[in-house]
Design a protein around this ligand. Sequence first.
Ligand code: SF4
Length: 311
Amino acid sequence: MRRFLSFNDFFKEYFNGKTVKLSLDGGFTCPNRDGTLSKRGCIFCTDKGSGEFAGNRCESISEQIDSQKDFLLKKWKAQNFIAYFQNFTNTYGDLNSIKSIYDEVIKRDDIKGISIATRCDCLDKEVLKYLKELSEEKLLWLELGMQTTNEKTIKLINRGYSHKVFDEKVNELKENNILFLIHAIFGLPYENKTDYIDTINYIKNIYPFGVKFHNLYICKNTDIYNMYRKENFDLMTREDYIETIIYAISNMPKNTVIHRITGDPDKRSLFEPKWCADKLSVISEIDKELKNRNFDVKTKEDIKEAIDYWL
Ligand code: SF4
């Protein structure tokens, strides 16, 4: 048991066994990459659409599920699987193509839930109606990249829509009882502690089902790599990141599930900061600090309370 409400502890209790995500490639693109909004993408986005470890898009979804399950059954002895559509924008395109992907997953009994990464400007009424129907059949949540609440940074990183759009959409999701997770990045160019606190406070007030945090890292095949080489802006130190993440954990709503507390860059393309290549050591340092600062270990009762709250 961790000293925060972790993905592992939450789903182990809910599904009564180890639960893992299968990273699938639904063959989507993104309006911020295909030229609809821009061809650059968010400046940190890689050519894999920010999903370095997703399956092979040349295979059908069922083939990807089968091959990843094989691998993870051996590695983790996992009993429960979540279909995770991570890369690009997984609700972008015409409704029939979107349906053809998720209808294939929903009918599989071996898949306990679906996690769909997308953008808040790619969730129109029709898509929301469809997702709501799916969520009544199977556990489903959306993963929404917010990254920051600072409008100046949002423009700088070329997100392609404002925080106002994000805020309106998450409120609509709440009204529709569609679960969502918010993704935030600390250490974006020219941001400081005040920005991180604003982002954390926003998440706290929204009270999402889940959150994912990581620090900004620079991969070689991205726009931000060129920007960093030119402007040499400050990157977050390991110590500052650990302080910020502890502040974030201590400010999360009681029942919000913390899915991630570090990034997971592809080591072959990571440029800076080098410290985040060693994910396990960062996690262990965060755990050590939480213990030193007397954060309570989450009990089974805490986890059950969160499960009752959401599911
Ligand atoms: S929204 Fe996602 S896929 Fe699209 S450009 Fe940004 S990071 Fe890349």
